[in-house]
Design a protein around this ligand. Structure first.
Ligand code: PRP
Ligand code: URA
Length: 209
């Protein structure tokens, strides 16, 4: 079973409160999503593979560790996942970016896939799938279905706010996925929104609605 981890660093908890606040506007919302994503990426990349390298310092020759160069792909689930991409790229600037387009049907709450464009060698990459919200889990489940269909094997899921229902659904369907969240909230309301959550992440990020 993949792990589920809440990254509750004090800076993350503090910043998350700003984007939960309904009075926070689009510009600030975007900036803070970006900052939290960077903080999360630091933790999520903790087990990236290293290799030995020889370095000549001005004083001596030494053998130290550096990233082994395993290729990384960041895959946002559109639209709201886009808000997390730059924050992760700021720590892993050479990563490639794939996109999975999906929206939730407002009546059924089931995800509808409308776009998938991934790096050609996605099966070779360490993948970070990013989406601020894990609610029913339907979108994340369908995103991992799409990735696995294309040969992806090595992945983690990063979200800002998770609902227990979504964590369980994703773990049941994709037990090999490690899930990282900035917060685990209480539950879903009857419209499938996370309580207390932060509202509709896509609308708040892009100023629609
Ligand atoms: C939001 C969010 C997730 C999804 C989560 O996207 O960004 O992708 O809902 O809900 P689920 O876990 O119940 O599937 P939305 O469908 O609102 O699309 P948008 O990002 O384009 O606004
Ligand atoms: N999608 C969102 O953007 N917010 C929620 O609370 C649930 C799904």
């Amino acid at each position: 079973m993949g792990q589920f981890k809440v990254l509750d660093h004090p800076l993350i908890q503090h910043k998350l409160n700003y984007i939960r606040d309904k009075n926070t506007g689009t510009k600030e919302f975007r900036e803070i999503v970006n900052e939290i994503s960077t903080l999360m990426a630091y933790e999520v990349s903790r087990d990236m593979p290293l290799k030995d390298v020889t370095i000549e310092t001005p004083i001596a020759t030494t053998v130290k560790k550096q990233l082994s160069g395993k290729k990384v792909a960041i895959v946002p689930i559109l639209r709201a996942g886009l808000g997390m991409v730059d924050g992760v790229l700021s720590l892993i600037p050479a990563a490639k970016v794939g996109h999975i387009g999906m929206y939730r049907d407002e009546d059924t709450l089931k995800p509808v896939e409308y776009f998938v464009k991934l790096p050609a060698d996605i099966d070779q990459r360490q993948i970070f799938v990013v989406d601020p919200m894990l609610a029913t889990g339907g979108s994340a489940i369908m995103a991992f279905d799409a990735l696995k269909k294309r040969g992806a094997k090595n992945f983690k899921f990063m979200c800002l706010v998770a609902a227990p229902e979504g964590v369980k659904a994703l773990q049941d369907k994709h037990p090999d996925v490690d899930i990282y969240a900035a917060a685990l909230d209480e539950k879903l309301n009857e419209d499938g929104y996370i309580i207390p959550g932060l509202g509709d992440a896509g609308d708040r990020l892009f100023g629609t609605k």
